[in-house]
Design a protein around this ligand. Structure first.
Ligand code: GLN
Length: 307
């Protein structure tokens, strides 16, 4: 498969086209990002590296991190299934990522770990069981990425801390139902730091490669997840990775994936490749408009979706 030619074609075809969307502004620091940025990077299971555009520029990965936080909770803390899955469900939410409505009538148990409510519960679990959650988490990411040059962004984290009214409402509502065990401020602070991680498309694709390889990192061959756990993470990305647009992403792209309001999307094709794309303007559902189009073109041109 000539991945480089395909990525070049995607870049050429989409250049200058209008895909609509707005750069996220509810986190003031993200509103400063240049909307014209575009990068894409693909890692093949055989070790091939293919990139175009701004694929080596770092950006705020935001909700893409929710996958990595869940993997960390499952892999490193050696949790029994019950401890996690009694506190968060595995159902698509069909609602926006920051919605409050289901928390009320489902008595504080979020629909899945990839909406904000679910990710806050995972953050709470990590705060309970790590001596230094921030330090341990970034160490884990650096191992997955085979890269020590990955850092939190203090400015982005502080910016969201200041204006994150909705997350504060979400976490307080869950706390009222007993599903947050630690201090709200401690959990929120850790969550915002995880969302602020800065990574390039190349680093993201490399970090997610283990999910195309049944839970084993490449090239390091470190076992992060069992085959079954790896399958489950991919299943969750497929059904819940794009909130109330998960169906649309499956329909158009056909890969397990996860988006973030920084404009990044990661997707994996188990057995073939991992890919990351970055374009800051978001559609109405909070997913990168051009990023979705680029991935749709990738699976069409390669014929490699999971369906
Ligand atoms: N940090 C963002 C928030 O909590 C992440 C949301 C996202 O990327 N969808 O609102």
């Amino acid at each position: 498969m000539n991945y480089q030619t395909i990525l070049d074609e995607i870049q050429q075809t989409t250049k200058g086209q209008a895909f609509g969307g707005e750069v996220a502004s509810y986190i003031p620091e993200l509103a400063k990002v240049d909307p014209h940025k575009f990068g894409m990077h693909l890692c093949s299971l055989e070790g091939g590296q293919y990139g175009v555009g701004d694929s080596e520029e770092k950006f705020s990965i935001q909700s893409i991190v929710k996958v990595l936080s869940l993997v960390f909770a499952i892999a490193k803390i050696n949790y029994t299934n019950e401890v996690i899955w009694s506190r968060v469900q595995v159902e698509p939410s069909g609602n926006p990522f920051n919605s409050l409505v289901q928390i009320e009538y489902e008595r504080g148990i979020p629909r899945n770990p990839f909406i904000n409510a679910g990710a806050l519960v995972i953050a709470d679990i990590l705060v309970s069981h790590c001596d230094d959650p921030k330090a341990e988490f970034i160490e884990f990411i650096r191992t997955l990425a085979h890269n020590a040059n990955i850092h939190y962004n203090d400015t982005v984290a502080a910016s969201e801390q200041k204006t994150g009214y909705r997350n504060r409402a979400v976490i307080n509502l869950m706390k009222s139902f007993g599903n947050i065990k630690n201090k709200v401020d401690d959990v929120l602070s850790f969550y915002y730091y995880t969302c602020s991680l800065m990574m390039t498309c190349r680093e993201l694709a490399q970090t997610f490669l283990f999910l195309t390889n049944q839970g084993i990192t490449l090239p390091g061959k470190e076992v992060i997840l069992t085959k079954s756990q790896s399958k489950r993470i991919n299943a969750l990305m497929q059904t819940c990775g794009f909130y109330d647009e998960a169906g649309e992403f499956s329909f158009r792209v056909g890969l397990p994936g996860k988006s973030g309001v920084g404009g990044g999307i990661v997707a994996v094709h188990p057995g073939s490749y991992s890919v990351a794309v970055w374009s800051p303007p978001l559609n109405a559902k909070g997913n990168s408009a051009k990023g979705m189009k680029a991935l749709e073109m990738l699976t069409t041109k390669t014929g490699l979706s999971i369906f």
